[in-house]
Structures are given as structure tokens and as C-alpha cells.
Design a binder for this molecule. Structure first.
Ligand code: SAH
Ligand code: SF4
Ligand code: F3S
Length: 459
């Protein structure tokens, strides 16, 4: 693969060039993919535009994880269809996971000109150019190699402080409920040298935090093609990135309970710039459900990982994902999730209702047999409990001192700034004379379940 020097390319707004409008749904990986897409299109002579109404090309980068994510995008396509009525030559492209999952059936909306899956973005300039002469274009071929390693993502909505770096693509786990292995293909790890180069380039351009992304970062493994005995695992990669500068914070997501070894925890303990936060999705507190979900760990195994994190990294925040109402979930299984949440006391959680995804293992083998009413009640119970715990946990921070990386001015008040501590908690504080990208020490004075209010104590 071509290895270019990383360039800090900023969005180009040039009204003389064809205008492309990009809208992004889904996970952090999709946000980063849109930055890759913009990079490819800018190189091909296109310019970003901020208003849909000025666009020559509208691209929507989509998510298939739950039905409601897809419904939202279908709703947007209806809006684009109206836009197309006004502007006959408007080109509309669907990118990402829905493109991969739905393929040419997306053309049935009579809105879409281009369907491009997550591994087809290098092809976009060609696809766009071909629409005028040849009509609808599609590329949903998944790759075993594509990592876009040589492409410098163009940071679109960046605060100039924190940036995503994708370290791998795809997923080799087959959690029975999940569509990602089908929409993103097989797992592949990106060349560590290209990751380090990108991180260094970001740092030299003023960024102070990189967030390393993968569906399962713990299974990151780079094998040197010329010398297969030379490998880099995730703990080693973390260390390489941490060594760039003590002033560059390192975050990562997502960890998998079955793969997160102690090596990663010890590496985190060794480098103070690797943030004390682990996102460790549990999905359910019931071993029966975990088995049916094909998660490859038990409740006890998960709790053992939590105990190990707390032993090695006492200040580490732990967050999670959970699914309420998976196939066959009994009241007893649900109670196990509730008890696990009470036992672990997560710092935060993303909580979802099970949504059956076509062609997944769960859709083929199990009945989606928990009623919407019961799913809703269980999800509400989990959310209420977690909100209480988040608030309690935040209260425990009152009086404590944290290092915060300032991200910018608060949206609520121009007199206040916002930034995160290592534990990924959003802090709000008066910061006269300080600016984004600076580290400050703050003392927490009060809180809500989502935010810490603080004051600066020293520089
Ligand atoms: N790779 C990450 C998660 C990716 S998807 C991991 O393995 O943890 C993000 C979250 O969406 C998942 O953790 C899960 O909680 C949720 N999710 C995935 N498929 C879902 C489905 N069919 N219904 C409801 N939630 C789902
Ligand atoms: Fe989906 Fe499981 Fe892969 Fe996460 S690890 S993306 S939940 S299949
Ligand atoms: Fe959604 Fe695809 Fe990410 S399904 S969560 S955009 S990997």
C-alpha cells in the first residue's frame, strides 16, 4: 500500500468546486470514516459544503445497528428526495453499514444514485463521476485488507483538540444479535507505523488527545508481512502511541471482556497519559443470555475482569453497553442484569432495547419473544438505576482534583469552558485566560448525573 507522509488537511470550502454535503450517523468509526471520505473527495477536486441546499452531492453515512437507526436514515432520504425534485442533477449517495446491508434495494427509494459500502470509499470519485453518464452506481465489495492506512482523514467538526484514529476495521466475533460483522466484514489491523505517523502529525498540529478506535481493540494484531515473527499487539500499540509525548492523551474504544488481558491494564498503569477509562460492554448480567448472545464470557468472567481493572487501576472509570429484552430473556435474567449493575456501579452506560437485525444468528435461530412492553419496562428500570448510580459516582468526585484537557467554550455559557478528565467525565468551569488544548487542574465543586462542575485550582 502507498505510504504517504501525513498531512493535516483541513476542510476546503471552495464554491468554484463541486459541493459535497456529508451527514453521518452511527458510531465513532463512522465519524472517522466520513473524514476519510472527505479526504478522498477533496483530493479528487470536491469541496465540502455546510448547507444541504448548496450541495451538488449529498452523502449520508449510515448505521444499521438497530432498526430505529435505519428508520432515521430512511426519513432523511425522504428529505433528500424533496431536495432532488428542486435540483435535478443532485447526486445522492448512501455510504456505510446500511449501504452494505441493503445493497441495491436502496435504489427502490427512487432517491439514491450511489450505494457504497465501508470498504468502497476509494472508489467514490469514480462512482460520482459515472452517475451523469451511466446512472446508478454501486460498490459493496468488502475487503480483507483495506484499512485506509495511507489516507489522512480531514477532520470536519473537530474541536482541534481531540481526534479519532481507526486502528482496525471489521469484526471477527459473531455476537448473535449483531449486524456489524456483516456490514463491516472481517477484522483487519492497520499498520502500526501508519497509526503512529497519524498520531504524531495530529500532535504536531496542536491536537492533544487521540482516541484509538476498533470494534474490539483487544484483538488488534499487526503481523509484519515480510517477517511474520514481528508482531504488534494492542498493549504494545498503546505504548507506542503513549510514548509520542506525555502531553498527548490516549483513549481507546471498544474493549471486549473476553479479550481484554492484563497486559493492557499494566500498560495503562505505566503511562499517565493513557486515560483511566475503559468501555467494557457487558450486554447482559445473565450467563444464559451471554451464551445465547455468543459473547464467550460468563457473568463471573466479566466480574473478574472488573475486579482486575480495579486492582491494577483503582482510579479507572468503567462504562458499558447493555441490551434489554434479548431473545428468551426471563425476569430472572433481567434481575441478573440489574444486580450486576448494582454490583459494578458503572460510571456510565449506553442502554438499548434489543432490535432484531435481519440475517443475524439471533434472527435465524431465536424468537424475538420479549414483548415491546416488557422490553420497555426493563430498559426503563436499567436506565433509572444507572442514572442514580452515575449521580452517586459523580457525587463521590466532589472535592477531588482532576487534570482536565480543555476542549472549548461551553455551549450554555460563554464564560465557561468544558473539558474532560481522564475518566471521560465532562467538566464545566470558569477558565478566564485559558484556551482549548490546555491542561488545567480542577477541583469538583458540584455535579449532575452527566456533568461535573468545577473550579481551576492550579496550572
Ligand atoms: N464492538 C462493540 C459494540 C458495537 S455496537 C462491542 O462488541 O461491544 C454498540 C452496541 O450496540 C453494542 O455494544 C450493543 O450493546 C448494541 N447493539 C448491537 N446490536 C444490537 C441489537 N441488535 N439490538 C440492540 N442493541 C444492539
Ligand atoms: Fe458486534 Fe460483537 Fe463485533 Fe461488537 S464484538 S461489533 S457486538 S459482533
Ligand atoms: Fe452502526 Fe456500523 Fe457503527 S452498524 S454502530 S455504523 S459499525
Amino acid at each position: 500500500m502507498k505510504q504517504e507522509q501525513y498531512r493535516n488537511v483541513k476542510p476546503v470550502f471552495d464554491t468554484h468546486k463541486p459541493q459535497v454535503f456529508i451527514e453521518t450517523y452511527g458510531c465513532q468509526m463512522n465519524v472517522n470514516d466520513s473524514e476519510v471520505v472527505l479526504s478522498i473527495l477533496q483530493d479528487a477536486g470536491y469541496s465540502l459544503c455546510n448547507e444541504m441546499t448548496n450541495a451538488d452531492i449529498i452523502l449520508i453515512n449510515t448505521c444499521s445497528i438497530r432498526d430505529n437507526a435505519e428508520q432515521r436514515v430512511l426519513g432523511r432520504l425522504e428529505v433528500f428526495r424533496q431536495e432532488k425534485k428542486k435540483k435535478k442533477r443532485l447526486v445522492i449517495g448512501v455510504l456505510g453499514c446500511m449501504a452494505e446491508r441493503m445493497k441495491d434495494s436502496l435504489f427502490e427509494t427512487n432517491t439514491v444514485d450511489i450505494v457504497a459500502g465501508p470498504d468502497a470509499y476509494r472508489d467514490l470519485p469514480k462512482l460520482i463521476a459515472a452517475v451523469a453518464s451511466d446512472g446508478r452506481q454501486i460498490n459493496t465489495i468488502l475487503s480483507h485488507e483495506e484499512t485506509y492506512a495511507d489516507i489522512s482523514p480531514v477532520r470536519m467538526d473537530s474541536n482541534g483538540v481531540s481526534a479519532y484514529i481507526s486502528i482496525m476495521r471489521g469484526c471477527n466475533n459473531v455476537c448473535s444479535y449483531c449486524v456489524v460483522p456483516y456490514t463491516r466484514g472481517a477484522e483487519r489491523s492497520r499498520d502500526p507505523q501508519s497509526i503512529i505517523r497519524e498520531a504524531k502529525e495530529l500532535f504536531s498540529n496542536g491536537y492533544k488527545e487521540v482516541n484509538l478506535l476498533g470494534q474490539n481493540v483487544d484483538s488488534y494484531l499487526w503481523v509484519d508481512r515480510d517477517n511474520p515473527t514481528k508482531t504488534v499487539n494492542f498493549a504494545q500499540l498503546l505504548e507506542l502511541v503513549a510514548l509520542i509525548s506525555p502531553q498527548l492523551r490516549v483513549r481507546f474504544s471498544t474493549s471486549h471482556p473476553k479479550d481484554m488481558g492484563n497486559g493492557v491494564l499494566y500498560t495503562m498503569a505505566m503511562y499517565s497519559n493513557i486515560c483511566n477509562h475503559i468501555h467494557l460492554p457487558v450486554q447482559s448480567g445473565s450467563t444464559v443470555m451471554l451464551d445465547r448472545m455468543n459473547r464467550k464470557y460468563t457473568r463471573e468472567g466479566y466480574l473478574e475482569r472488573i475486579a482486575k481493572i480495579r486492582e491494577i487501576l483503582p482510579d479507572c472509570a468503567i462504562t458499558t453497553d447493555v441490551i434489554a429484552g434479548f431473545c428468551g430473556e426471563t425476569q430472572e435474567d433481567h434481575d441478573q442484569t440489574i444486580s450486576l449493575f448494582k454490583e459494578v456501579r458503572f460510571d456510565g452506560a449506553f442502554m438499548f432495547m434489543y432490535s432484531e437485525r435481519p440475517n443475524t444468528k439471533a434472527a435465524r435461530q431465536f424468537k424475538d419473544d420479549v414483548s415491546v412492553e416488557v422490553k420497555t419496562a426493563r430498559l426503563t428500570e436499567i436506565i433509572d438505576l444507572q442514572n442514580e448510580i452515575s449521580l452517586e459516582r459523580n457525587r463521590e468526585s466532589i472535592g477531588k482534583i482532576y487534570e482536565v484537557l480543555i476542549e472549548g467554550t461551553s455551549k450554555r455559557s460563554a464564560d465557561e469552558m468544558v473539558g474532560r478528565n481522564q475518566q471521560n467525565k465532562m467538566c464545566v468551569f470558569a477558565a478566564e485566560g485559558h484556551h482549548a488544548g490546555e491542561y488545567v487542574m480542577v477541583e469538583v465543586t458540584s455535579c449532575s448525573s452527566a456533568t461535573l462542575h468545577a473550579k481551576i485550582v492550579e496550572n
